[in-house]
Design a protein around this ligand. Sequence first.
Ligand code: GUN
Ligand code: ZN
Length: 440
Amino acid sequence: PAPPRHALRGGAISFRADPFLSDPAEALEHWPDALLVIENGHIASIGPYSPEAAAGLPVTHHPEALLCPGFVDTHVHYPQTGMIGAYGEQLLAWLERYTFPAELEFADPEHAARVARLFLRELLAAGTTTAAVFCTVHAASVEAFFAESARLNTRMIAGKVLMDRNAPPGLLDGPGHGIPESEALLLRWHGRGRQLYAVTPRFAPTSTPAQLQAAGRLWRAHPGSYMQTHIAENTAEVDWVRELFPEASDYLDVYHRAGLTGPRALFGHGIHLSEGALCRCHQTGSALAHCPTSNLFLGSGLFRVFAAKRADRPVRVGLGSDLGAGTSFSALRTMGEAYKVAQLNGDGLSALHAFYLATLGGAEALALENRIGRLAPGYEADIVVLDPQATPLLRFRTARCRDLAEKLFVLMTLGDERVVRATYVAGSRILTGTAQAGPS
Ligand code: GUN
Ligand code: ZN
């Protein structure tokens, strides 16, 4: 275990504000050579390195590297680890053909434990220290995930998927079972150490109106808990929801009527949302997860991040890998694809926008911006150490960058897990290269 008080030295970046809403150069803090002091898992101080400031402290020096807040993945499915890269379908057929069969395997708790271990190790190896995670309908899948996350001491949000229609029988909640099972898991795990619970109706088509209403009541009965689901990802899905819920004015209204909007409500995708729905996300404090690698992989469409973040009614937006529809654990890869999606929309997503979305923006989407997502005193010491010279190509390319913004942009264009030199969770370095990831 790390000593109670120790320090990291290296370049460092962190956001103090939202670059979509203020001058990006002002929003970014940069220390060319920082000393970051960690005490009992929290950041005690950060400032320019000096021998005096470091006196008496064990210092781990990461020369040429960049300390960055641990990345935040606001939407991901751990049970889909075994089916990443499933060929040839769009959302609804992809769910039937690949996703549901993979999730059926989680009836076996040992399988769940094995995948949870692999998934969290991969996530940390990519520098992601917090995620909002879908489990499966099986309570044991949630138990396995939180048990592993608790062992690693990672700050994770997760929940049992709720489904009571339009899925294989082995993946449906028994009549009246889904909500009490969810509540028991919530009571057991929400706020235990760093674990947080999310009430998790998969999406409107797989829950009856009664289950959605009950999910809303459960969520509201436990202030501080989360709600996560999917919205407006694919046009065939949107048409189906219109047929299933003719009384609702639009897709978001289905959730709103069930009491499933508000702060700590996390909606994956939101590609095909109207201006009115974006306004309602803003008004209610609901958050959207932008999942570019998934949206491109499933051919779902192009999320308009600048429309969502419009300054007169900004919606909270984080980045999501959305594995296994998404194709990479790496937040850097996700940022690189977010840039390309913005290009296809005619928008310019700078490195500062992208790094913000992957750190403080994600934390704001999760209403955790006072605990994670920044390098600042009092914050939890979840830190990724990025090496802009990790490969011969990166070394060659980075040497030609004129400033920090260019260097960060090259990192999100060429970088991936290879760039992650170290990951710290609550101040302890996590070793991800070994068979069993764990605190060193
Ligand atoms: N919509 C409902 N379930 C899912 C899922 O597992 N993945 C994605 N990408 N979209 C969904
Ligand atoms: Zn998803």
